[in-house]
Design a binder for this molecule. Structure first.
Ligand SMILES: *[C@@H]1O[C@H](CO)[C@@H](O)[C@H](O)[C@H]1NC(C)=O
Ligand SMILES: *[C@@H]1O[C@H](CO)[C@@H](O)[C@H](O)[C@H]1NC(C)=O
Ligand SMILES: *[C@@H]1O[C@H](CO)[C@@H](O)[C@H](O)[C@H]1NC(C)=O
Ligand SMILES: *[C@@H]1O[C@H](CO)[C@@H](O)[C@H](O)[C@H]1NC(C)=O
Ligand SMILES: *[C@@H]1O[C@H](CO)[C@@H](O)[C@H](O)[C@H]1NC(C)=O
Ligand SMILES: *[C@@H]1O[C@H](CO)[C@@H](O)[C@H](O)[C@H]1NC(C)=O
Length: 368
């Protein structure tokens, strides 16, 4: 279902990609940012998929985008995402969705992330660009860069680029919310193993393309997002979901350490998104938040019903007046204010939260 549509889109994109790529050293001389994963990182990819939207996928309607862009951009937030702030720290322009990069110029990177995507192809199949397909798109981009810029320059861009990835929550959320049969017959440990196994394969694939610097975002305590609190009925976090997140994060850090020893030149940052989010839930006022349980936008208890914008089958929803006081904008996604704080932590936070390298250090290292 997804494949023919995507190929049609890609064909159109490639027909006009990089026509005007030339040696403009202004914006990407020093760095490039390649972005992968799910809705935390999606800056509009899904708006380019001609797909049915009943389950997840799009957010290209108001009030998404109201705080910063003043119009919807396909980002699941009231404003900017973590990756937008990272690009700003790295003195790069906003990184465009890969599917939007028509008309040529390569400007600082590409964003392949797709809302709803998981490491498993089964996750929201037909509605998203899964992580493996995102890797295929990177391979296609690398070929194109080589053709347009020459292999030496393309190689440098690919090698010095930072690969920022947020993936995994949907692989656990999808069965919890929509398809309980998916993980029914296997243990939590085995489902984590499957997700991590697939992530590992993709990281190795990116390394093979030439990538060396990887920034991995762990999974937040997604048992505490408004969408999950609404399901527990009494408003407490879902312990089952949080345990999955913890297991996932432990397995992920272990894989990253192994890849660092096994793959020559492999460098990484791991962002402890779990601790950073939990800290804000436990001490809201310390970080300028008034509300960390209820979403700004949505309906039902905790506004945890995923109806923000009124375009997902239900047209009634409530919207708060000051998103900046909220940790979560909708049932599953942080506000711009939260994203700014997370990006700051990733850029030059304390080594308990971003390790072993900060993103600032990762961007600075001049190749291996
Ligand atoms: C591009 O590079 C050249 C030579 O390294 C330099 O003279 C020029 O100022 C650079 N342009 C910009 C916009 O940085
Ligand atoms: C989208 O929905 C329409 C009508 O419900 C259906 O005919 C079509 O096959 C669907 N397309 C995809 C890609 O799922
Ligand atoms: C749920 O998962 C099972 C097993 O993979 C699959 O056969 C079924 O079609 C899925 N159902 C939905 C609604 O996606
Ligand atoms: C990747 O996920 C698939 C399910 O999509 C699973 O069958 C396979 O075993 C996983 N691969 C690894 C290496 O864990
Ligand atoms: C809330 O409900 C869950 C089960 O859904 C239960 O495990 C938990 O103890 C309850 N918490 C409170 C504070 O009542
Ligand atoms: C969301 O709200 C709609 C309309 O009020 C309702 O039909 C639906 O059951 C709700 N979903 C959840 C998960 O609460």
């Amino acid at each position: 279902m997804l494949t023919p549509t995507l190929h049609t889109v890609l064909f159109a994109v490639f027909a006009s990609l990089f026509v005007s790529a030339h040696c403009d050293n202004r914006s990407w001389k020093d760095a490039a940012l390649f972005i992968f994963g799910d809705s935390l990182n999606d800056a509009g990819t899904n708006a380019y998929l001609y797909l049915n939207t009943t389950v997840v996928s799009r957010s290209n309607f108001p009030p998404y985008g109201e705080t910063f862009f003043h119009h919807p951009t396909g980002r699941y937030s009231d404003g900017r995402l973590i990756v937008d702030f990272i690009a700003e720290h790295a003195k790069l322009p906003l990184i465009p969705p890969y599917l939007q990069m028509k008309g040529g110029e390569f400007m600082g990177g590409a964003n392949f992330a797709s809302s709803g995507a998981g490491a498993l192809v089964e996750t929201y199949r037909g509605y998203v660009v899964d992580l493996k397909t995102q890797l295929k798109q990177l391979e296609q981009l690398e070929k194109k860069l080589r053709k347009e810029m020459g292999s030496e320059k393309a190689k440098r861009i690919i090698k010095d680029g930072v690969y920022l990835i947020s993936i995994g929550s949907n692989d656990y959320l999808f069965p919890l919310l929509y398809n309980s049969t998916l993980f029914q017959s296997i243990s939590m440990e085995d489902s984590v193993g499957m997700v991590i196994g697939n992530i590992t394969n993709v990281l190795e694939g990116m390394y093979k393309v030439g990538g060396r610097k990887f920034a991995m975002i762990g999974i937040l305590p997604f048992g505490c997002v408004p969408g999950m609190r609404a399901l527990t009925r009494n408003g407490s976090c879902s312990g089952e979901a949080n345990n999955l997140a913890k297991l996932h994060n432990i397995a992920l850090t272990s894989v990253l350490t192994k890849l660092e020893t096994r793959l020559q030149g492999f460098e990484y940052s791991y962002f402890d998104f779990y601790t950073a989010t939990r800290e804000r839930i436990q001490h809201p006022s310390k970080y300028g938040f008034k509300e960390v349980e209820t979403a700004c936008c949505g309906s039902g208890p905790y506004r945890g019903n995923f109806t923000c914008g009124g375009k997902r089958g239900v047209n009634k929803f409530s919207l708060c007046r000051h998103p900046g006081k909220y940790l979560f904008f909708d049932a599953f996604h942080p506000t711009e204010r939260a994203n700014r704080q997370f990006a700051q932590l990733m850029w030059n936070g304390n080594p308990t939260i971003i390790k072993p390298h900060t993103l600032k250090a990762l961007f600075k290292h001049e190749g291996i």
